[in-house]
Design a protein around this ligand. Structure first.
Ligand SMILES: NC(=O)c1ccc[n+]([C@@H]2O[C@H](COP(=O)([O-])OP(=O)(O)OC[C@H]3O[C@@H](n4cnc5c(N)ncnc54)[C@H](OP(=O)(O)O)[C@@H]3O)[C@@H](O)[C@H]2O)c1
Length: 297
């Protein structure tokens, strides 16, 4: 099995890389030995030609697309670039996967929803993105599904954080040390996702016979950690675990204006992915502790 992982320098790409190098089951299993990790230097998703050239010399059994244009606010201005990477490149990858008879695992987002719901979103709930990032990610999902009726899975995740790069957890840890008080939004609610948990779920899926062996209709799945929280309560927990003394004041989203509007509620059900692949969905507080302990090492 030759497995390509895009976005090797991103949070999820690096988390998959970490697990591939440490998971005894994978390291000892010849079938999964052939992982190839690429960043934009090897495969630039903003360029149709780069994508074409890369795959004319390389064939894969599985493509895991972790790369994306993820700058939510900047996307409001860089619409064309965001659309190229999150939509058109995904369509091109899907066409290539079809040609190479490869399976494609593509990562999408809770931002495909408008956040108006008062109960957890299922995979068949109506999408209605309210910012450019969400619109381009949804266009990517739809293009993928139009090209690949079989052999693809889309995993929507939310509030991704890790011990790598900049994310909400690392920002709160930094600001908490620098300041006496922080103001954090308390009326937006979602489920955080530790990138290692998602990486582990993806590796679990590709080991499963019902992913590898059968031709299956392409499907969307949701994955995040268990339970939900506001950004405010999330930041309080981060500071408490890290034993950083800093007051946190709740504010409303209206009081913290950003270029891109964010959905107010994006909790998603995880029943489908658990039933189909038996993946673990750890409680968000438990995973947060693990991540913060890694950051502090
Ligand atoms: N972060 C979140 O809160 C969140 C929430 C929901 C869903 N998601 C989705 O989850 C997936 C993984 O997110 P993440 O947090 O791991 O993202 P990330 O840390 O921002 O990583 C994205 C990666 O994509 C790469 N990339 C950007 N433009 C590229 C291009 N033109 N060609 C090739 N690679 C390019 C980046 O490369 P460089 O390192 O060179 O910039 C980066 O390594 C994405 O599909 C994202 O949309 C994320």
């Amino acid at each position: 099995m030759k497995i390509l992982v895009t976005g090797k320098n991103g949070q999820l790409g690096r988390s998959i890389h970490k697990l591939v190098n440490t998971d005894a089951n994978i390291v000892s299993n010849q079938i999964f030995n052939d992982f190839i990790f690429v960043g934009r230097e090897e495969l630039d998703l903003s360029s149709e030609t780069s994508i074409h050239q890369y795959f004319s010399n390389n064939n894969f059994d599985i493509i895991i697309n972790c790369a994306a244009y993820t700058a939510v606010d900047k996307a409001e201005q860089e619409v064309e670039l965001a659309n190229q990477i999150n939509h058109l490149a995904v369509k091109q990858l899907a066409n290539i996967a079809n040609k190479q008879k490869a399976r494609l695992i593509h990562i999408s987002t809770d931002f495909v929803f408008d956040g108006e719901s008062d109960k957890p979103y299922t995979e068949i709930d109506v999408t209605n993105p309210i910012n450019v990032y969400g619109q381009t990610k949804l266009a990517g999902e739809k293009a993928l599904q139009a090209v690949m009726s079989v052999n693809a899975i889309i995993i929507r995740t939310s509030w991704l954080y890790s011990e790598y790069g900049n994310n909400f957890v690392s920002t709160i840890l930094r600001l908490g040390k620098e300041r006496d008080e922080l103001s954090v939004i308390s009326d937006q609610v979602g489920s955080p996702t530790y990138a290692t948990d998602l990486a582990s779920a993806i590796l679990e899926i590709i080991k499963k016979k019902n992913f590898k062996n059968k031709v299956q209709a392409s499907e969307i799945y949701h994955y995040s950690n268990k339970s939900n929280v506001s950004w405010y309560a999330f930041s309080k927990e981060i500071l408490e675990i890290a034993k950083i003394e800093c007051r946190v004041e709740p504010i409303t989203a209206d009081e913290y204006l950003t270029k891109a509007e964010r959905p107010m509620y994006t909790v998603m059900t995880k029943i489908k992915i658990k039933d189909k692949f038996g993946v673990k969905v750890p409680e968000w507080k438990k995973s947060l502790k693990i991540c913060i302990n890694k950051i502090k090492l």
